[in-house]
Write a protein of this length. Structure first.
Length: 245
């Protein structure tokens, strides 16, 4: 991991509040699926942790992010050709197993699963991606999963597209096997439901981070034994059962 310059190649809206930024940077080839980077937004002290959605070339990576405050709003206003300082790649990503897999994502937990899908399909495995959104208007990244070769199952809470309800409703409706390994990223409630259905797999935690390297202890989660782990350093990917949701 290191701090490097990253030139913005594009920064476009996918929905009203979700954007896709492609960066040209030397660390792209070092990124494992499920890892993240810390982005220094000009004018803001703390870096913003953003999962790497996919690696599109040896020197290009994609970040998909939601505008939720001043920092990400400033990021959304940056244009092609501008340069960011990026620190990474950080954290432990999803393992590459010799198996078909199920990917389950909700909202902004969906982006890090794109590169995961690409690498599993490249290794000759079948990938089922179950993606949850609030509504049809909030849907994004489906084309990226389909282009990767994954089978895509969508769910919307209002029923405007795909299965009406949660990702778990879609999983049951489509009889997705609980015996396959699952990789999931999204809200804690969703992760808890996924862990209760699938027999084994991994979850990626979404927590507020400051340093991104485990020094500030701002993203601590608990273990079943009463210990603590840092999402940025020990995660963000954990095996099911290793952390308390």
């Amino acid at each position: 991991m290191k701090s490097v310059s990253a030139r913005i190649c594009s920064n476009v809206h996918l929905t009203e509040d979700i954007l896709r930024m492609e960066l040209e940077t030397e660390i792209a080839s070092e990124v494992a699926c499920g890892q993240f980077v810390q982005v220094q937004v000009p004018g803001f002290f703390l870096r913003r942790p953003i999962s790497v959605s996919e690696v599109t070339a040896e020197n290009r990576l994609v970040l998909i992010y939601r505008t939720v405050g001043g920092g990400t709003e400033a990021l959304a206003g940056m244009r092609e050709g501008e340069v960011l300082d990026v620190f990474g790649p950080l954290g432990n990503g999803f393992p590459l197993l010799e198996s078909d897999v199920v990917l389950v994502g909700g909202g902004v937990g969906i982006p890090p699963l794109v590169e995961t899908a690409k690498r599993y399909v490249k290794n000759g495995h079948q990938v089922t991606a179950v993606l949850g959104y609030a509504s049809k208007e909030q849907m994004f990244a489906l084309e990226a999963f389909e282009k990767a070769g994954a089978q895509v199952i969508a769910a919307t809470m209002d029923g405007s597209a795909g299965t009406k309800g949660t990702v778990m409703d879609a999983i049951r409706e489509h009889h997705v096997s609980a015996d396959l390994p699952v990789f999931a990223c999204g809200p804690k409630g969703m992760l808890g439901a996924v862990c209760g259905y699938f027999r084994h797999g991994y979850i990626s935690m979404e927590e507020r981070m400051a340093c991104g390297i485990g020094a500030c202890m701002g993203c601590v989660v608990r273990t079943p034994e009463g210990g603590s782990l840092r999402v940025c350093r020990d995660g963000p990917v954990f095996e099911i059962g290793k952390v308390v949701l």
